[in-house]
Design a protein around this ligand. Structure first.
Ligand code: PLP
Ligand code: COI
Length: 357
């Protein structure tokens, strides 16, 4: 497939960040972005790369009133060979289409998805950071853009991709974060939109995140929305516990986002010889393990968060230290293996790496 993408180059290129240690996450954007529109008659049309800038939007646009929006998150890395690569971008394309189905938004053909990403990232390749640990964060998103206030599946959609040279998602970097188990608010319920990557899930999470931050916690660990008994996931990552030598991660029950890092880590851990179990795991089981010392390690997995150790966990006013509060052995090994594949230190025997240029 060769897409007809109209390219309008910027006449005012921005200065690229000199000090990559100060990039932060999602604060700086590249010179260009991708846009296209969809309606029933024309399908996807008006494919264009334009200078990065504001989007004109009708005040009655569906997204502004009813939050009809889905997105993805992936990264482009500059590997040790100097190539620009992405990690399993086809998986993000599949998840984007699953999210689209849930929100009645149009899907994107897999070849089209790859060609759009390749074209934009290649054009912006000079923006991919050089220092290991920093990368070009890729944020595709799609939103309902009907210009009326009716509540119904949308007829007009806009899809965009923006790029942001970024460092670590958490200010802590690879150092352990503090997580608070949330007992009041819930993020998602089965039958809802938990498994979809839609903006509304994040909107619903903000109050608990704000309260947790006020108490010194980096993120919230969600419990299931019905019984408030089973562990689901953290705001921007899936979770894994090492209890008595076994690695346990919550099963994908419909209210948890099926993380691509999660899926990759399960495979890597099993290759390393660990027993990994996907099942319901109750908060009581985790707290009991934390109390009796069998909760050996606890970490999160995600594109932005990579593999992130959790050092402290709070629940109902008590704080528990995981291990000795430092990164655990398996967490470190998993981080090194995953980032080793992404940065090209470790051979990609699984065909997870997609070379852009
Ligand atoms: N869970 C939530 C709520 C997320 O936002 C993310 C980030 O994308 C993840 C899990 C991890 O998913 P992935 O590994 O595909 O980035
Ligand atoms: C990601 O890891 O890509 C995410 O989307 C997490 C978050 C920034 C919402």
């Amino acid at each position: 497939m060769s897409l007809d993408i109209k390219v309008t180059k910027t006449t005012e290129p921005r200065e690229r960040p000199q000090d990559e240690s100060k990039l932060g996450f999602g604060r700086i954007f590249t010179d260009h972005m991708f846009l296209m529109d969809h309606n029933e008659k024309e399908g996807w049309h008006n494919l264009r790369i334009v200078p990065f800038g504001y989007l004109p939007i009708h005040p009655a646009s569906t997204v502004l009133h009813y939050g009809v929006e889905i997105f993805e998150g992936m990264k482009a890395y500059r590997n040790v060979k100097g190539e620009i690569v992405m990690f399993r971008p086809d998986e993000n394309g599949k998840r984007m289409n699953n999210s689209a189905e849930r929100l009645c938004l149009p899907e994107i053909d897999s070849q089209m998805w790859m060609e759009i990403l390749d074209t934009l990232v290649k054009m912006e390749k000079d923006w991919v950071p050089y220092s290991e640990g920093s990368s070009l964060y890729i944020r595709p998103f799609e939103f309902g853009n009907d210009e009326n206030l009716g509540v119904h599946a949308v007829h007009n959609t806009t899809f965009a991709v923006i790029l942001s040279p970024s460092g670590a998602y958490y200010a802590e970097g690879i150092n352990p974060v503090k997580i608070a188990i949330e007992s009041r608010d819930v993020r998602a319920v089965r039958g809802g939109t938990g498994y979809a990557k839609c903006g509304g899930n994040y909107a619903a999470s903000l109050r608990a995140g704000k309260v947790a931050a006020e108490h010194g916690y980096t993120q919230v660990l969600w419990l299931d929305g019905v019984e408030r008994k089973y562990i689901e996931e953290v705001g921007a990552m899936n979770v894994m516990f090492k209890i008595n030598g076994e690695i346990i991660t919550p099963a994908l029950t419909g209210s948890v986002l099926p993380g691509i890092t999660r899926k990759s880590c399960i495979e890597l851990l099993r290759d390393m010889g660990y027993k990994v179990t996907e099942r319901l795991i109750s908060v009581d089981e985790v707290i009991e393990a934390a109390k009796n010392g069998t909760l050996e390690e606890f970490w999160g997995t995600g594109t932005a968060a990579v593999v992130s150790p959790v050092g402290w966990l709070s629940y109902q006013g008590e704080e528990y230290t995981i291990g000795d509060g430092r990164i655990g052995e398996v967490t470190q090994k998993l981080y090194d293996t995953l980032t080793g594949i992404q940065w090209g230190h470790i051979e990609d025997t699984k065909n997870w790496i997609h070379k852009v240029c």
